[in-house]
Write a new protein. Structure first.
Length: 166
């Protein structure tokens, strides 16, 4: 009389083989994640809200011209791009874009003072000249991710790992 033991792994070994195969090229996962974050950042420009839904302080120009904050010419929004490798995804403002010089100012805020002379001089929304001793630009974060983004990235990841072998 013998004893026979069988083990049904419920497809675990097949799933593990698939995960091992999928892990050979993670670019599809990182591409999908970066595309999602790019879209999420662009939606922030439409809604005027940063990560977590916090509204941006309206800019004076947007208020005077009935426009949207950070969307005057759309250059900053158009500069959002991604860089993807086999083990990473980066999303940000293209350093080569015309808007790169002011992306950090809007993301983190800034206090601008004159370098030469007593006043900053610039054109106002009405076309007139403005003279100011300093200008304080509040932070209007457009990059980053929040709980909603984290949930979506988890779904993208789960789908990738549970999907067909690539």
């Amino acid at each position: 009389m013998g004893v026979k033991i069988t083990f049904d792994d419920g497809g675990l070994s097949l799933a593990l083989r698939g995960m091992a195969k999928n892990s050979e090229d993670l670019r599809p996962l990182f591409t999908q994640a970066a595309n999602y974050i790019e879209d999420s950042v662009r939606l922030r420009f439409e809604s005027g809200r940063g990560p977590g839904g916090r509204p941006w302080k309206p800019s004076r120009r947007a208020q005077e011209q009935n426009g949207q904050t950070l969307v005057d010419r759309g250059r900053l929004r158009r500069s959002i791009t991604s860089n993807i490798g086999n083990d990473f995804a980066e999303v940000g403002s293209d350093a080569q874009a015309e808007s790169a010089s002011y992306a950090a100012t809007h993301q983190f805020g800034a206090r601008i003072t004159p370098r030469n002379g007593e006043f900053l001089v610039f054109s106002g929304a009405d076309g007139g000249m403005v003279f100011a001793r300093e200008v304080n630009i509040p932070a209007r974060p457009f990059l980053g991710f929040d709980e909603e983004d984290r949930t979506e990235l988890e779904l993208i990841s789960d789908t990738f790992w549970q999907g067909p072998v690539r």
